[in-house]
Every structure is written in structure tokens, then in C-alpha cells.
Design a protein around this ligand. Sequence first.
Ligand code: CA
Length: 221
Amino acid sequence: MKLLLVEDSERLRATLARGLHAAGFTADVAADGVEAAGYLATYGYDFVVLDLGLPRLDGFGVLRALPAGGERPRVLVLSARDQVADRVDALNAGADDYLMKPFAFEELVARLHALARRPAETHVDVLEHAGVRLDPQARRASANGSVLQLTPREFGLLELLLRHRGRVFARADILERIAGSESEASDRSVEVVVFGLRRKLADAGCDGLIENRRGAGYLIP
Ligand code: CA
């Protein structure tokens, strides 16, 4: 399997490249985002192992430079940034998985193998309902034609509820899906996200879209 490793730390790059070769991957290496984008524009890859903090063009820039559709490599993001927001941003920007530094090399390989088993998302789905339009790939949402300026969590919540319309999500489920398990977030922060999202939807003329089932959770019916 062909892989592009993008990492600016020379030492980590060399160690990972050696390990990946030993694990059976054919790996090209890039030391910054511009070099990575050049490789990606020229060659086809099955995987990209992508550091987020990179010189010249950061990991988010590399994600944006990736082709859409079935030809797109699977991307595993590596980052020392332990912020939930960065992980959510990377996943929303098209990363397929995320690994926090420091990590065990065995885990990197296991995750790459897991990604290889995951079916490719070949279609770009846009979720639409009651005047609300959400494009998960482009990470854009609008209501009645006006763009919604959403935080990553608000976007994640809207995507979740639109994708599973009619299903009630308890606060704990929402929290796990939009914030990740290592977060400091609580049930209370779900309420804050719901409140913010409802307000922005109402401002765009879509109030009442998200319903609350007392004691059960939230849904878009
Ligand atoms: Ca870095």
C-alpha cells in the first residue's frame, strides 16, 4: 500500500518511515505542507499520514488540497495538539482518523489497517431538510439560503441530527459524538451547543427545527 508521510520533525519522520517500510508500506516522505501538496498532485496514494503543525502550509491546508471523491487517499492525522477543537476540525476537514502524539507505532499501523478495511466514501452527500442545507465535505451549512456561521460542535450536532432524522439523541450520546471522550465537556456544554445552534437557526428563520424530548434528548423530526 502506497503512503505519503508528512512530518516536519526529521527524527520522527525517519523513524516512522523506517517502521512503515518494515510494516509493508511503500512510503514517500514530505517535510512540509507545500512539498506534501506537490506529491499529492503528482502521485496517487492509498494513505496520507499527516502532521498538523507543519511549515509553509499546515495540515489543514494539505487536507484542503486533497482531491474529493473516490480517488482520495485515506488520511490519518498526527498531532501534538491535544485540543478537541483541532481534532474535530481535522475530521471535518476530511481526515479519516486522528492519532495524538505521543503514540505507539503499533497503534499507527493498526489504525492504517483499520482504515484500509473501511469502505471508501465515494459520494459527497449533502443533507437537506426544511430549508437547512449541510455539506459535510465542504463543511458548510446554510438555512433559507443564508450561511450559518457554526462552531465545530454546532456543526457536528446539526450534522448528527440531520443525518439521523427522527432519532432522539441523549445528551451523553451527543457529547460523545461531537466532543470526543477525552474532553472536559459535560451535559451542560451540550445544552450550550444546542442553545447556540437553535439561536443561529432561528436568526435564519428556522426556529423550532431541533426539538427537545424531556428526559430523553434532542432530535430533528
Ligand atoms: Ca509538526
